[in-house]
Design a protein around this ligand. Structure first.
Ligand code: GDP
Ligand code: K
Ligand code: MG
Length: 297
């Protein structure tokens, strides 16, 4: 019998570098929501990849950044604690030739970490090869990286090489999850995130960061292949509520039908989705409400 390898891998990096895109690509399904807005991912999400070599459990951490609110603090703590608990750290960056303040912040944090760190330069599809070499040169003396690997998470370039490298570092270990399991996220949570993703996609910057989504009820009808889902979008301001609903309900309708389509793919059945919009001022600074909306360390 050949031994299997296993371990935990976390993907860190500034908002928008493509962490969720990479994870979804590696496991071949959309679990972590993606958008072009920073701070799309709020919770730790575990996804599981099982192949002939063994099993990797990926932890998609919220981006590390300077905290502004309690929600921000939660996101930082959750990302930093992870670094010392895992077997491999992937630091994802965009192909910038100069090291920014956010990157310095991450390098400082990595100095206290003993876990092997791969520098993964994502979005290689957006630059020329000679420029890529410059990026590598800029970063290689900043830290004792296990290796530097350019990839495109969007196109899937070099992601097989990245996987091989990760398995090289991992040791023989148990299969933590059944081999057909790809996430530890409850379906409810994914559905809530899908709605939040559609708000992020369709609305201006200011509003999406002040919203939370709660699934109030999710029930499969006994006699038919239909799932009834009731959800609430929680906003910080009355004016935001108006914008989420839109003229004659047009925005909410758009958000709802896009989210419903993704939910039907996820659940493999028809979905009857109803969304309500409520205002809860300052929910981002209330411990009680944060907990209520699922943000707990
Ligand atoms: P996260 O905040 O780090 O999780 O980033 P996301 O995965 O949400 O991606 C942010 C944006 O970058 C999205 O618009 C992605 O489509 C885009 N993106 C991710 N990976 C790539 C890539 O390899 N190439 C290009 N061109 N865009 C990418
Ligand atoms: K994002
Ligand atoms: Mg993300």
């Amino acid at each position: 019998m050949n031994n299997k390898k296993s371990g935990f891998v976390t993907i860190i990096g500034r908002p928008n570098v493509g962490k969720s895109t990479l994870m979804n690509h590696l496991i071949g399904q959309k679990i972590a929501i993606m958008s072009d807005k920073p701070q799309t991912t709020r919770n730790r999400i575990q996804t599981i990849l099982t192949n002939d070599l063994g099993q990797i459990v990926f932890i998609d951490t919220p981006g590390i950044h300077v905290p502004m609110t309690k929600l921000g603090e939660f996101m930082n703590t959750s990302a930093e604690t992870t670094l010392n608990e895992v077997d491999v750290v992937l630091w994802l960056i965009e192909p910038d030739k100069k090291i920014g303040k956010g990157d310095r912040y991450i390098i400082e944090r990595l100095a206290r970490v003993e876990t092997p760190v791969f520098l993964v330069i994502n979005k290689m599809d957006t630059i020329a090869k000679n420029e890529l070499l410059e990026v590598i040169a800029t970063y290689k003396d900043q830290y004792n990286f296990k290796d530097i690997i350019p990839i495109s998470a969007l196109k899937g370039d070099n992601t097989d090489i990245l996987l091989d490298q990760i398995f090289d570092v991992l040791e023989d270990g148990p299969m933590y999850f059944p081999e057909d399991m790809i996430t530890d996220q409850p379906e409810r949570q994914i559905c809530a995130e899908l709605i939040r993703e559609k708000v992020l996609l369709n609305m201006e910057q200011e509003i999406p960061h002040g919203i939370a989504v709660v699934i109030d009820q999710m029930k499969e009808r006994e006699d038919q292949a239909i799932v009834d889902i009731d959800a609430t979008i929680v906003c910080e301001k009355d004016s935001h509520k108006g914008m989420v609903i839109g003229k004659q309900g047009s925005m909410l309708k758009k958000i709802g039908s896009m989210a419903r389509r993704d939910m039907e793919n996820l659940l493999g059945s028809k979905v009857n989705l109803k969304i309500w919009v409520r205002v809860k001022k300052d929910w981002r600074d209330s411990d009680y409400l944060l907990k209520n909306y699922g943000y707990t360390n």
